[in-house]
Design a protein around this ligand. Structure first.
Ligand SMILES: Nc1ncnc2c1ncn2[C@@H]1O[C@H](COP(=O)(O)OP(=O)(O)OP(=O)(O)O)[C@@H](O)[C@H]1O
Ligand SMILES: O=P(O)(O)OC[C@H]1O[C@H](OP(=O)(O)OP(=O)(O)O)[C@H](O)[C@@H]1O
Ligand SMILES: [Mg+2]
Length: 337
């Protein structure tokens, strides 16, 4: 049912597998916790997003549903989006990097093919075969596009499940599959080609273009989703630090801070007077955000300018004036001149 005939906006999440748990967790961390009263139920709700129903589908099916408009939004892998999105730009990628489900779609050859170490070697190898190179994959569109760039004649062997066995069994010469740690390839005596990387993938948020154009409620949901996802991901790698520093004035402290690369921040520190009981010493509170990986350095720098009572807290959200990806989405919805 298209979006304009439905009372509820639909968001599809992966029902099982690698992306399922992380999608659930991402929304929870964004303050958009999913309420699923019964684990076997196919639908759920997000109390913070009334007017929206959450559906659970296989990652590839999410792309088909968002593409045909039966579902308005989806979280799934970029690999399946690129494979199944079709030619008509029915699908818009609203957030291209949700920071989980990272893997590469890659060409891999049997370890025994010692002469094939690069795409050029593969070209030569394929040209000497009596028939087109046989490539086993679940990604025919992306794989063919890539091999065509190298003008390698090939036939695609479609396979469900254990693709990695195809070369050993003998029904394919090479494979094109997802790789993350590389363990599955190693276990099957396969080796990825360093320049045979077809696509870097991770989880993305997608939407149906027409729903965004025609349903103001869908536009509102897009805004909320992007607002919280962006603010959360922006915050995730940072820590908030509060510390007390003795000094003459906020300006004097700001001068000391400005010489320290980690704590000086982008727009400069927030410094406020502490209304101390002791009139002989002036105390100030400094308030900064630093990348998690630079915490040790930040504490050293604070100490070196007389900081004490350092309190460190996680950051839940960092909101900017408008979510940049929402603006980008509005621009992408404009008809091309
Ligand atoms: N090893 C991996 N590491 C990280 N992400 C992965 C990995 N394998 C797959 N993914 C991502 O997870 C998505 C779903 O893969 P998963 O294995 O869970 O489902 P699937 O095997 O495609 O399921 P089904 O065949 O039932 O549809 C992939 O499209 C990809 O984006
Ligand atoms: O490089 P690695 O870390 O070994 O990961 C790669 C494997 O992960 C995926 O399969 P998955 O484990 O999801 O099993 P599946 O074939 O049942 O989907 C993918 O299809 C590879 O087989
Ligand atoms: Mg899998």
């Amino acid at each position: 049912m298209p979006t304009e005939e439905r009372a509820l906006i639909r968001l599809s999440l992966p029902s099982k597998g690698r992306l399922a748990e992380d999608s659930f967790q991402l929304l929870e961390e964004c303050g958009l916790k999913i309420y699923k009263p019964n684990p076997r139920q196919y639908a759920a709700t997000i109390p913070a997003l009334p007017g929206l129903v959450v559906l659970f589908q296989r990652p590839g099916d999410i792309v088909s549903s968002v593409r045909d408009g039966s579902v308005d939004f989806g979280i799934t892998g970029l690999d399946v989006v690129e494979e199944f999105k079709g030619p008509n730009q029915d699908i818009l990628i609203l957030h291209e990097a949700l920071q989980f489900g990272r893997c590469d779609l890659s060409l891999a050859v049997p370890e025994s093919l010692e002469g094939v170490q690069s795409m050029l070697d593969l070209q030569v190898y394929a040209s000497r075969l009596p028939s087109p190179l046989r490539v086993a994959t679940k990604y025919p569109v992306l794989t063919t596009q890539f091999l065509n760039q190298y003008q390698i004649p090939h036939t695609l062997i479609s396979a469900e499940g254990t693709l990695e066995l195809a070369p050993t069994i003998g029904y394919a010469d090479i494979i094109s599959d997802l790789v993350s740690s590389g363990q599955t390839l190693r276990d099957n005596r396969l080796r990825p080609l360093p320049d045979g990387n077809i696509l870097h993938s991770q989880a993305v948020l997608v939407a149906n273009r027409k729903a965004l154009q025609e349903n103001p409620q869908a536009l509102q949901v897009a805004h909320t989703l992007l607002e919280y996802i962006e603010a959360h991901l922006r915050a995730a790698g940072n820590l908030a630090i509060f510390a007390n520093i003795r000094g003459e004035s906020p300006e004097a402290i700001a001068r000391l801070v400005s010489e320290k690369p980690t704590i000086r921040g982008l727009q400069g520190p927030t410094i406020s007077p502490i209304l101390s009981q002791d009139p002989t010493t002036k105390w100030f509170a400094i308030n900064i955000i630093v990348p998690r990986a630079e915490l040790g350095q930040a504490i050293n720098e604070l100490r070196s300018i007389g900081g004490s009572g350092v309190v460190v807290m996680p950051v839940t959200y960092i909101f900017e004036e408008e979510p940049p990806r929402f603006k980008a989405m509005l621009a992408a919805l404009q008809p091309k001149a």
